[in-house]
Design a protein around this ligand. Sequence first.
Ligand code: NAG
Ligand code: NAG
Length: 415
Amino acid sequence: MRVQLKGDAICTLCLVVALFTILYSQLSHLSLREEQRKGKKTTLGAMHKGLRHPAVLQRQAEGRETGTVPRIISAVKHNQEANDKDSVTTPPPLTVSAFDFRNYLRNKDNRKFDLLINQPKKCTRTPEGPFLLIAIKSLVEDFDRREIVRKTWGREGLINGAQVQRLFLLAIPKNKTALPTWESLVRQESLMYRDILLWDFLDTFFNLTLKEIHFLRWADEFCSNTKFIFKGDADVFVNVENIISFLDSHDASEDLFVGDIIYNAHPIRTRKSKYYIPETMYGLGMYPAYAGGGGFILSSSTMKKLSQACGQVELFPIDDVFLGMCLQRINLRPVSHEGFKTFGITKPSAAPNLQTFDPCFYKDLMVVHSLKVAEIWLMWNLLHNARLSCTQKKQVKKAFRWKIKTKEITNDYGT
Ligand SMILES: *[C@@H]1O[C@H](CO)[C@@H](O)[C@H](O)[C@H]1NC(C)=O
Ligand SMILES: *[C@@H]1O[C@H](CO)[C@@H](O)[C@H](O)[C@H]1NC(C)=O
C-alpha cells in the first residue's frame, strides 16, 4: 500500500510537471503568435485605409517605386554627377598650375626683352631727381586700377615737400581677345600720363621675375638719381606720407630694403599649388628671407646693387623669392616693418571694435594689401578729408561737459 501510494504520488507529480511544461510552452508560443499578429494588424490597418480608394493605393505603390527607391538612386546619381563634375572641374587648375618647368629651365637664359614704351625723362623733372619713385606692377587690362592709383595714393608731385614720381610696369597681355584695343590704350595712356613702361614679354605669373629684373635695370639706367623706390602691386593702398616721413631719417646712399619680410618659408612641393616648385628647380629646404608681395621700399644704393645681383641670379619663377635670392647674393638683410600688412586687414582679427575703414586706424600703416578699386578710393578719401575728423572726434569730446571723464576716455582710446 505504502509503496503504491508513493508510486501514485510520483506519477501525479510527473504528470503535473509534464502538464505545466506543455502549458508553458504553449503559452509562450501563443504570446509570440499574438505579437506577430499585432504587427501584421498594424500594417494591414494601414493598407486598409489605402484600399478604400484603389487609385490612391496605386499612386502609393507608384510612389514607393518611383518616389522612395528612385530618390536614393537619383541621390546616388547626383553624387556621381557631383563627383564627375568635381573630377571635371578639378583638372583645369591642375593643368593650369602644371607649369612646364622643363621648358622654363630651357628658356631660362632668354632674359633680355625689348622695352616697347619707355619714359626716359621720368626722373629728370627736377635736377636732384625724385625723392620717391613709385613703381607699380600692373596688367594692361587693369586700366581701372591704374586710374584709381593715379587719382589717389599714386599722385605725382610734391608730397609733404618730397618729389614723388609714378610708373606702371606692363608687359604683353596674354589674352589679347580680352582687350583687343590694348595697344592703342597703352599708347594713349603713355601720351596722357607718361607713366607707362611696356616690355616685350608675356605678362604671366611666372614672368613676374622678368618684370623685376627689367625694372631694376631700367631704374639703374634711367632713374639712378632717385633717393628711394617703392615697388608694389596695384591692389594695395599705400600711405605715401607715412613712407616719406619714415624715409626722411634714412640715407639713400646706404643700404635699405624694408617690407613685410617672410623668414624661413619652405618651398611648396604640392603639385597642385600655384607656388609648386620641384626639387630639380630648387633643392634647398628653405627660401632666403624675402618681402611679401604687397610692396617694399629700397634705397637708390640698394637698387643699384640689386640690379647687378639679379642679373646674375638664375631665373626663378616666383618673383618675391627671386628678389630674396638677389638680396642674399649681396648679403643684405631685409628689414621687416610693422606698417606693411601684406594680406590686408580683416575687421575681426585686427580691430574687432573698429570699423575697417576707420581712417584713424589706417593712419599709421604704410601698405595695405588686397583691396578693391572702390576700397582704395574710399580709404584715400577718408584719410585725406578725415585726418580732420580724426582730430575732430577728440575736439568734440574735449568740449563735452564732463571734462575729466572724457579726457580719461580719449586717453584710453589713445593708448
Ligand atoms: C580671354 O578673354 C575673353 C574675354 O574676356 C574670355 O572670354 C576668354 O575666356 C579669355 N581666354 C582665356 C584663354 O583666358
Ligand atoms: C614669358 O615670356 C616669354 C616671352 O613672351 C614667353 O615666351 C614665355 O612663354 C613666358 N613664360 C611664361 C612662364 O609664361
